[in-house]
Design a protein around this ligand. Structure first.
Ligand code: SF4
Length: 496
């Protein structure tokens, strides 16, 4: 089978178009037939390099992208399989990856994934055994194995990024995490949905300065009142539609035909702007009925692409209260507003300083007393007395300060002394998911995202250079419910 997407996205001369399909909660039926029809028409049209198929979007069960993708793949169109960390542990994920390799479907969009939704009998257990950085690393390792086993083709893994963030911490975190995913093995990037071209510009400037060889595709969505409302109300994690844009969409769709025409026009204009800004392709979403709409967007793009700069004003400022990241790339943002930092709280800074000081004394392998701690740890381990230290000292302290979950492989030092197990519902160890909103958590909107707090803690302590610096390996489940202190000093945990 010809791997069109791989060839096209890795050739810098190409502007690539992919199309996102969203399977339904059915094995046979109208939605599935429609998606296969759209894919067949896309193949016949010839302008779409691949369809990408979502993996239980919103965390709710739907037909597997693997099986739907394989059916489409057999019709001749290339497929990008969305692969999330939500529903399987690392064993299941690796097995699924091997299955996809065997089926020849090696274009992967590696995502943390939305939080768990509802399946049989209620909400599903959220797994999140790996995060998206680790997932990229898993595919890189598997690729090397595939080649060693004699498979001529490795995986082509992509990652997502959301430039549509409003706080300095989130902007910084999104870009840093994207860089980490690329370092871990991602070969292409796809943006989240949004309509603020300043933000699109900001992302491509950051990216060109840091990873010029990795292609970035931007999401372009056919906006209907329903989808605009969901994004405006924050029901699509990471996607943004302002009040103003939402109101415009509702007005446009008072009658369906003009509404659809306006949506096609908006998608085409955004598409040509993105091409003009230097994106290497667009990822079209929101197509549920027929390929004709995609054809109309692409036709219109061909007509207007020379005039892309004329449409910039129609999009600027479409995300309210949005600031622009000013980091080392200050030059490109000098005249734009600086993103807000969230209000700092002593409840953040005091525990940070306390825990950091304690860490420096007790958990630094270069520290003066480190050999003594190691000796004590070995004695406790040999005499099976570790539980005395754990129950008598470690648990009480760590439960009070960190709501410790006793994983035995402590990751607090990578998150400015917060626990990724108790503090982040997705247990991210290498930076935030894309779902935070105005600095608050996708899952618990009343709580600040753990990574926003981490950034603010470090910035306050003039240590923001250390933010998301380390690649943090997966949690070692073999250490669950054991003493993290002993594990650390005996070199049994991930920090060995
Ligand atoms: S704490 Fe942050 S990274 Fe974790 S689920 Fe919430 S928004 Fe995502």
């Amino acid at each position: 089978m010809l791997r069109i997407f791989n060839d096209e996205i890795l050739n810098p001369k190409n502007f690539v178009v992919t199309l996102e399909l969203v399977p339904g909660r059915e094995s046979f039926g109208r939605t599935t037939d429609t998606l296969i029809g759209i894919a067949k028409d896309a193949f016949a049209d010839g302008r779409v390099s691949a369809v990408s198929i979502t993996d239980n979007p919103g965390g709710n069960p739907s037909l597997s992208p693997d099986v739907l993708g394989y059916e489409i793949f057999k019709h001749g169109l290339d497929v990008i399989v969305h692969f999330t960390c939500r529903d399987m542990n690392r064993v299941g994920m690796e097995s699924r990856a091997l299955q996809l390799a065997r089926m020849g479907m090696k274009n992967i969009l590696a995502l943390t994934g939305d939080y768990s939704g509802s399946g049989f009998g209620g909400r599903g257990a959220p797994v999140f055994d790996l995060d998206s950085v680790l997932l990229n690393a898993m595919f890189k390792t598997l690729s090397q194995k595939l080649l060693a086993w004699g498979d001529p083709e490795e995986f082509l893994t992509g990652c997502a990024v959301s430039p549509f963030k409003t706080t300095e911490a989130e902007c910084h975190a999104q870009y840093k995490k994207m860089d980490k995913k690329i370092e871990a093995g991602a070969s292409f990037v796809v943006t989240q949905l949004g309509y603020n071209v300043k933000k699109f510009h900001e992302l491509i400037r950051h990216h060109t300065a840091n990873n010029p060889k990795i292609p970035v595709m931007a999401s372009v969505f056919l906006l209907s009142p329903r989808s605009a409302r969901a994004m405006n109300r924050g029901r699509v994690p990471g996607a943004h539609v302002s009040d103003d844009l939402f109101n415009r969409v509702v007005l446009e769709w008072k009658k369906p035909r003009p509404g659809l025409n306006a949506a096609i026009e908006r998608a085409a204009k955004l598409g040509v702007i993105l091409k003009g800004l230097g994106y290497r392709g667009i990822h079209i979403g929101g197509i549920h009925r027929s390929f004709k709409t995609v054809g109309a967007i692409l036709d219109r793009m061909e007509e207007i692409e020379d005039h892309w700069q004329a449409y910039l004003d129609e999009f600027e400022g479409t995300t309210p209260n949005t600031g622009y990241y000013v980091g080392k790339q200050a030059a490109f943002d000098e005249k734009r507003p600086v993103v807000e930092r969230m209000k700092e709280t002593m409840a953040d800074h005091i525990p940070y300083r306390l825990l950091k000081a304690a860490h420096g004394i007790f958990f630094d392998k270069e520290a003066m007393f480190a050999p003594v701690y190691k000796h004590i740890a070995r004695f406790l381990e040999t005499h099976k007395k570790g539980w005395i230290l754990k129950r008598g000292l470690e648990d009480p302290i760590k439960i009070i300060f960190l709501s410790c979950q006793s994983c035995g492989d402590c990751g607090i030092a990578h998150a400015a002394f917060q626990c990724p197990e108790s503090g982040c519902p997705k247990h991210t160890r290498n930076g935030p998911c894309g779902g935070s909103r105005n600095g608050y958590c996708e899952v618990y909107p009343e709580k600040r995202c753990i990574w926003v707090r981490a950034y603010d803690r470090l910035k306050h302590a003039h240590e923001s250079d250390t933010f998301l610096k380390a690649f943090v390996p997966p949690r070692m489940w073999e250490l669950n419910k054991t003493s993290a202190w002993i594990n650390y000093h005996l070199g049994k945990d991930h920090q060995k």
